[in-house]
Design a protein around this ligand. Structure first.
Ligand code: HEM
Length: 160
């Protein structure tokens, strides 16, 4: 039986569920790429949402990036994200959100990014998510590989 959504997460309920779509990525140090993506936001009745994401190369279907994390509503408009990537990168974000029944904007700035000894270097990450009805779009910028903060990803997903 599905547990009741914790009251701390009620104002984020619009994000719950499964989303699928596609995106494009670029960065000065790599070739441009296109990907398909599946995202799931779930909950267990506790005061956080569980977040999981996986992507595939849009051209040949090979697995690309994936990540898992948790989103906690920490105040009326405040939230925190912790997220880990199998490539050895861990991000902690602080942010804010604004939502109503049909739309939501979540703005997250990393306050901590750590990389394992063999991971690529990442210093800073900015994540901006928008939901309007059944469409979720996001942009992700990063300061990585010695480059200043700049755009890496943009995607559009539809609610399933
Ligand atoms: C939808 C999510 C993402 C996709 C599809 C994606 C895809 C890619 C691809 C295809 C590359 C180039 C080949 C490779 O190194 O594997 C790449 C490089 C990279 N990505 Fe992403 N990425 C995603 C999210 C992220 C995030 C969240 C971060 C960091 C917070 C990140 C950091 C990097 C770094 C540091 C590189 C290496 C650049 C270099 O080698 O010069 N990526 N990404």
């Amino acid at each position: 039986m599905q547990p009741l959504l914790h009251e701390a997460c009620e104002s984020l309920s619009i994000i719950l569920g499964e989303w699928r779509g596609s995106g494009r990525g670029h960065y000065p140090t790599i070739d441009d790429f296109e990907y398909t993506e599946e995202v799931i936001f779930g909950h267990s009745g506790k005061p956080f949402l569980a977040y999981g994401q996986k992507t595939k190369n849009a051209v040949n279907g090979d697995p690309l990036h994936s990540e898992q994390g948790f989103l906690r509503a920490t105040g009326e408009t405040a939230l925190e994200l912790v997220v880990a990537q199998p490539s050895g990168i861990v991000e902690i974000h602080q942010g804010s959100f604004a939502s109503n029944e049909s739309a939501c904007v979540i703005n997250l700035e990393s306050i901590y990014v750590e990389t394992s000894p063999t991971a690529k270097s990442v210093e800073r990450v900015h994540r901006l998510l928008r939901i309007e009805g059944d469409t979720l779009t996001y942009d992700l910028s990063m300061a990585a590989m010695g480059q200043p903060l700049q755009h890496h990803l943009a995607a559009t997903l539809e609610r399933q």
